[in-house]
Every structure is written in structure tokens, then in C-alpha cells.
Design a protein around this ligand. Structure first.
Ligand SMILES: Nc1nc2c(ncn2[C@@H]2O[C@H](COP(=O)(O)OP(=O)(O)O)[C@@H](O)[C@H]2O)c(=O)[nH]1
Ligand SMILES: [Mg+2]
Length: 336
């Protein structure tokens, strides 16, 4: 996302006080009686300083999407990357500052109006002191919002109307190859927490239905019991996205993983995800003894045999996906 630029306390104060000065000089040249001017000038400075910061914070709050209105995937994503509670609390601090600044504005404008001319400047200085201290009180929150802005800048762009398949399987089993063969354009790469290369998102359309296929290197390619809590959360965020999981086996075991451990990973993923899984047996070209293979394939319902690198069997995978898509209607779902 999508967070607007966040000022430091110094930047916010600089802007507020320099605008206040300009407003004051306008007041000085206006046609009001000389003895009134001192008070008017100080009043304008207090008003402007408060209003400049209020407007800036209100604009940040307006431009920031309501977290609870975002699709669940993004809520999970934000939670994993920066923490939803912390983000809400920091935004709350801006609200708090706006409310307090508007109170100070009223209070000190009144004070100045009721004061003697010669006291107006010191009342204004007192107001400026309070404004500065408010900005200092929310320093940590501003720092955090700036950090969140940077961390959330490259969130994956997900099409929530497309039927979504997420690819799982050990490294080198052929996940990226399959993704490339199934989709037309080069897959888009987006940041994803705890994946070094980012997730890859490919798109395709069949019979006017949109599909997207997501490959998650570093996440759905290793034993789940090895993951820490944060990684688990990052992975579970995918559950909100996936309508179906493609689990890829490398039947040749040339990737270095035995069929037994590949089945174990499949079982772990089935336990975590409440999502239908389609098993795809890849690299069948490298297997001489097909009988040996059947012993594994027979264990799995609706298994597909492919040679991803040559595009063999891909059309069956697409048919399966489409078959799956037939039962699905997706209209701008946000929370499910
Ligand atoms: N022989 C053979 N090699 C394949 C097949 N599919 C993928 N590969 C190769 O396996 C290696 C790993 O594939 P890749 O798609 O990068 O695996 P990933 O790590 O799961 O994304 C690459 O060298 C591919 O060319 C296949 O069906 N047959
Ligand atoms: Mg890959």
C-alpha cells in the first residue's frame, strides 16, 4: 500500500511555524487598527500552526485505507509485516494529535483575545511550546508509520475476482516451470514476507473466467514444522487467497527429495490449509519404471502426470483448474 508521506515531528513543526509566520505578515499589512494588530498577528500564528498540522494529519488518515475493510489476505499480510495493532495504534495517535491541536487552537485564540496586547506574544509562545510537545509525544508513532509505509510499499497486487491456485512443493520440483507454462505473460514478482525472491503471480483466462496462479518460493517449499510463528502466519495468509493448491511432486527425485518426504510435506500442507489440493506428478520423463511410480500415484485421487519443462500434460492441469473454477463464482469478496 498506499500510505501517504509521513513527516517527522521537525518537518511538521517547521512547516506549521513557517506558514504561521507568513499568515502573520499578511495580518500585519491588513487594514486593522494598529493597537489591535499585535493580538491579531499572534492569533493568526496560533491558528495557522495548529491548522497546518491538523490538515496534514487528516489527509494522512483520509488517504490510508481502513485496515478492517481490506481483504483478509491484506490484513494478514500487514499483520505479518508490520503488525495490525501497532499500525492502528500509530494511526490512532494522529487522531489524538488532531483532536488536541484543535483544542489548543480554540483555547489559545481565546486567551489571546482576552489578553492585553503586550502579553499576546508570550501566550503564542506558550501555544507553540504545547504544539511542539504534542509532536514530540507522537515521535515514535510517526517513525513507525514511516517504516510501515516503506515496508508495505510493494504489497502483492492480487486479483480478488480471479480463481486462485497456489503452488506448493519442495525446491526444484518444477513449480516455476509449471507456472510459466500455464500462464501467458511473464509472471509478476511481488514482495512477500520471508521469501527471498518474492512471490510470482501469473494470470490466465479460460472461457471468460480469470485465474491467477501464485508461486511462493521459500514458503510452501519446506517442512512446516521448521517454521517460526511469523513464517507460519505469512503462510496462513495464503490460505485466504487460495481456492485450490497445486502440490507438485518431482517423481524423479532429482531435486534431492525422496517421494516419502514429498508426501510428508503434502500431509503437512493439507493439515494447515483448509483448501482442496490437486496433486501434480512432474518430471515423469525421467522415470523409467512407471510401475514403481503408480504405487505412489494410486494413493492420490485425481492425480495428474506432467512433464512441465516440455509442456506435456499442462492442458490436463488447465482442464482441472477450469473444472474447479466451474463451481466457483467470485464477486469482489473481501472477507471469507
Ligand atoms: N526433466 C525434467 N525436468 C524438469 C521438468 N520440470 C522442471 N524441470 C527442471 O527442474 C529444474 C527445477 O525447476 P523449477 O521450475 O525451477 O523448480 P522450482 O524450484 O520448484 O520452481 C529446472 O532445471 C527445470 O528445467 C520436467 O518435467 N522434466
Ligand atoms: Mg521456482
Amino acid at each position: 500500500m498506499f500510505l501517504p508521506t509521513i513527516p517527522t515531528p521537525e518537518e511538521a513543526l517547521d512547516k506549521a511555524f513557517s506558514r504561521a509566520k507568513k499568515a502573520a505578515s499578511k495580518t500585519r499589512t491588513s487594514k486593522i487598527p494598529r493597537q489591535m494588530k499585535g493580538k491579531r498577528v499572534e492569533e493568526a500564528r496560533v491558528k495557522t500552526a495548529c491548522q497546518v498540522i491538523e490538515a496534514s494529519f487528516k489527509s494522512i488518515l483520509d488517504k490510508t485505507p481502513k485496515i478492517e475493510e481490506l481483504p483478509m489476505f491484506y490484513q494478514d499480510y500487514i499483520d505479518v509485516v508490520v503488525g495490525v495493532d501497532k499500525l492502528k495504534k500509530s494511526l490512532g495517535a494522529l487522531n489524538w494529535a488532531v483532536a488536541l491541536l484543535s483544542k489548543i487552537e480554540n483555547q489559545y485564540v481565546h486567551k489571546i483575545r482576552r489578553s492585553k496586547s503586550e502579553n499576546a506574544a508570550s501566550i503564542r509562545r506558550e501555544a507553540f511550546g504545547r504544539i511542539s510537545s504534542i509532536m514530540n509525544r507522537i515521535r515514535d508513532e510517526l517513525t513507525f508509520l514511516d517504516y510501515a509505509k516503506a515496508r508495505l510499499r510493494n504489497m502483492p497486487t492480487i486479483d480478488f475476482e480471479a480463481i486462485t491456485a497456489v503452488i506448493a512443493g519442495f525446491p526444484n520440483v518444477g513449480k516455476s516451470t509449471l507456472l510459466r507454462k500455464m500462464t501467458t505473460a511473464e509472471p509478476k514478482v511481488a514482495d512477500y514476507p520471508f521469501t527471498t525472491t518474492g512471490i510470482q503471480i501469473g494470470h490466465l483466462e479460460r472461457k471468460w473466467k480469470k485465474y491467477q496462479i501464485i508461486d511462493t518460493p521459500g514458503l510452501l517449499d519446506r517442512p512446516i514444522r521448521d517454521m517460526n510463528e511469523i513464517e507460519l502466519n505469512a503462510m496462513v495468509a495464503l490460505e485466504h487467497l487460495a481456492d485450490v493448491i497445486f502440490f507438485i511432486f518431482d517423481v524423479s527425485e532429482t531435486s534431492g527429495y525422496f517421494m516419502d518426504s514429498q508426501f510428508k510435506l503434502l500431509e503437512e500442507i493439507k493439515q494447515i490449509f483448509d483448501t482442496p489440493v490437486i496433486c501434480i506428478f512432474n518430471k515423469i520423463d525421467l522415470v523409467e519404471n512407471i510401475n514403481y511410480l503408480n504405487k505412489y500415484i494410486d494413493k492420490v485421487e485425481g492425480a495428474l502426470k506432467v512433464e512441465a519443462s516440455e509442456g506435456k500434460g499442462i492442458s490436463q492441469v488447465l482442464d482441472k483448474l477450469e473444472e474447479f473454477g466451474d463451481g466457483k463464482q467470485k464477486y469482489g469478496r473481501t472477507n471469507d
